[in-house]
Structure formats: structure tokens, C-alpha cells
Write a protein that binds this ligand. Sequence first.
Ligand code: HEM
Length: 233
Amino acid sequence: MVCRFFPSHDAYVNSALIADYMLPQTLPPPPHTASLRAALRSATHAAHVRLNQHALLAGLTRRGYPLDQYRSVLRAYFQFYRLVENAIGAAITQINPGFDYSERRKLGWLEADLAHFQINPLADPDHTPAALRNLRIDTPGKLIGVLYVIEGSTLGGQVIARHLAENLNLTATTGARFFTAYGALIEPRWQAFLDWAESVQAAGEVHPEACAQATTLFQLLEELLDVHAHPID
Ligand code: HEM
């Protein structure tokens, strides 16, 4: 598999595929001319590996993954995306960063998947960490960090969607709309995000803030998944 957007990424992707999508534990450091994307990827690598190994997510690409577990993922993701997409919407209004998120909204996809399983996520107890409920994205750097996590997850999502179809017979119209994401448009949309992020970076240093925000968001999702893996009620 060749990654068109980040050639040195090939080893990472290939080893991920060989190892059943478990990401390698170490990555080579980004080149000294590191792009914003390389910095983000390097900064969040450990957090991404932890998520891949999370009890709720680890089996997503394997045969025998229980449907009940998949439903728990959808419930947790609903709580996560509801808050994160609200914060993205507010940030775009406030900062006016020249990025159109409207055609990328994912909450409706989760609602469709949950409706397929006749789940009303609004009836679920709210387990969201306070830091997620208080998420404020008030600078372009923070917005890049959040969008990196949210948009980048569609890359792994297409791999997951393929396994959901094979293993659980789920498709975009039968419970796997979220992971199907933009379908054939996943790569062009990812590239458009990267181009926009690099253009913001060109106007002023955003690496540290973007990397810190992206890492925090991965951690908040992990916290939320922890609660859904062991529900309190
Ligand atoms: C079992 C769960 C997961 C699997 C198997 C998985 C797998 C992958 C794979 C294979 C890629 C590389 C795809 C490519 O470059 O074409 C990737 C990239 C990525 N994933 Fe995941 N992922 C998972 C969960 C998540 C979650 C929950 C998030 C965040 C909400 C996430 C965020 C990202 C990001 C930001 C990238 C882009 C990394 C880069 O810059 O190259 N992933 N994932």
C-alpha cells in the first residue's frame, strides 16, 4: 500500500496492515523539515496506538467482534462527536479560519447507525469527561489539532468499514454509515484538510498548540471509551 500524501508513512501503514492494524510501538522521528502533518502524527502516535488497543475498539477489524460492542462504540462516539462538532462549529464562527466543515459533519451518520439498531442515544446517561464538555477551540492552532484527529480518523475508518462489512455484514445503509465516512472522497478531503492546515501554518507557527490539542482530544476519547467499556449504569 502506498500513501500518496506522505511517502515515509508507507512503513507505518504497511506494518499496521500486517499486524492486524495494530500500529507499531515506535516511529522514526519526523524529518528535520517536518511538515505540520508529520509533527501531528508523531506527537499523537502513542495515543493512537493506545486507542487501537482499547478494549472497545481492538477487535473492530477482527472476525468475531461482538455486535454489542460495536453498539457501545456508536453510543460513545455519539457523545464525543456531539460535543466536538459543536465546538468546531463555534470555533469556525468565531475564528473564521477559511475552512468549510459543514459538508464534513459526522453526527448525522452516527444518528443513522444508532437508529438502525433502534438505539436512542439521548436516553443514555451522559458520561462525557468535563474537559470534553468544556472544550473551547479559540485559536487556529487548536482547531487544526481537533480537525486532525476528526478528519484523520476517516482514514482508519475506511479500513474498519471493510471489516464491518465482511465480519458483521454492516454497510453504509445498515449500521456502518459513520465508518464509511466520505467513501471515495476520503483521500481528497484529507488532502484538502492538510492543504488548509499547511496554509494556516505558513501564516504563523501553530505546531505546538495543534499537537497539544490533538493529543488531548485522543486522550479524552480514550477516557470516554473507558466509561462505555465499563458502564456505571
Ligand atoms: C481500531 C481502531 C482504529 C484503527 C484500526 C485505526 C487505523 C488507522 C490506520 C490504518 C491509519 C492509516 C491510514 C492511512 O494512512 O491510509 C489511521 C490513521 C489515523 N487515525 Fe486511526 N485507527 C483507529 C482508531 C482511530 C481513532 C478512534 C481516531 C481518532 C478519533 C483515529 C485517528 C487517526 C488519525 C488522526 C490518523 C491519521 C494519522 C496520520 O497523520 O497519518 N484512529 N488509523
